[in-house]
Design a protein around this ligand. Structure first.
Ligand code: CDP
Length: 230
């Protein structure tokens, strides 16, 4: 199906990327690709296999030998992520994985493997892809780039609610610490750090409902598309 072109959504933890990206994809009939889930799946596998995330060579090899698939549950519309054929949708959101994932994501060999997979997915489908380096590195030629932000307090509040609803016993203070730490590692790493590219449109979601952010993104996409055809 011909589309308007790929959509890149970047931003820090808890800015609302995945909720919004999923809804935008649904509205436009695009495929949603959660690249953070791919880094999380590799992290989960390292934990299960007791591989130290400090061991960059083993971690890169692990990434090469891992098959990650996305499926959508037709009934619930929930996106499922499979790692080597196993459904790890819930496991990859655990606090243990969250604590380690940014350490895994700074390993160049891991990034290279996932970068290639992400680019391949985007050549086969019209995608809404969210992450940290989509506009800057994975899809630098995407015609639509967005950078979502929100205050640290609001981002931590959202993440705390999400985890509490799933039954995890964590404190809001721990969530704040984890988010700040993860942002720092993501921004300071040498390969493909979290940045807002000059052509990305920034949206502060602190005071917006997901549907408001979605409508904003769709109207910007329509405006840009119209100005290109005129
Ligand atoms: O959902 P949340 O914002 O907590 O994070 P995520 O999107 O699941 O991503 C988890 C981690 O993966 C991030 O903190 C980054 O360290 C890493 N990541 C990355 O480096 N590049 C991407 N394109 C996506 C995620």
């Amino acid at each position: 199906m011909p589309g308007k072109g790929n959509i890149a959504i970047d931003g820090p933890a808890g800015a609302g990327k995945s909720t919004v990206a999923k809804l935008v994809a649904e509205k436009l009939g695009y495929i949603y690709i959660d690249t953070g889930a791919m880094y999380r799946a590799i992290t989960w596998k390292a934990l299960v296999n007791k591989i130290s995330v400090e061991d960059e060579i083993r971690m890169a090899r692990l990434a090469q030998n891992t098959v990650i698939d996305f499926y959508v549950d037709i009934q619930t519309k929930k996106q499922l992520i499979f790692c080597d054929g196993q459904d790890v949708t819930e496991e990859i959101r655990s606090p243990e994985v969250s604590k380690l994932v940014s350490h895994v994501a700074k390993i160049p060999g891991v990034r290279l493997v996932l970068l290639k997979q992400q680019q391949l997915l985007a050549t086969k489908n019209n995608v809404v892809m969210d992450g940290r380096d989509i506009g800057s590195n994975v899809l630098p030629n995407a015609p639509f780039k967005f950078f979502l932000t929100a205050s640290v307090e609001e981002r931590a509040r959202r993440r705390f609610l999400e985890l509490s609803n799933k039954g995890y016993k964590i404190s809001q203070a721990d969530v704040v610490t984890e988010i700040i730490e993860r942002d720092k590692i993501d921004q300071e790493r040498s390969v493909a750090p979290l940045v807002k590219t000059s052509d990305a449109i920034e949206i502060d979601t602190s005071f917006l409902k997901p549907v408001e952010v979605v409508n904003k993104i769709i109207s910007i996409i329509n405006r840009i598309s119209e100005s290109k055809t005129n």
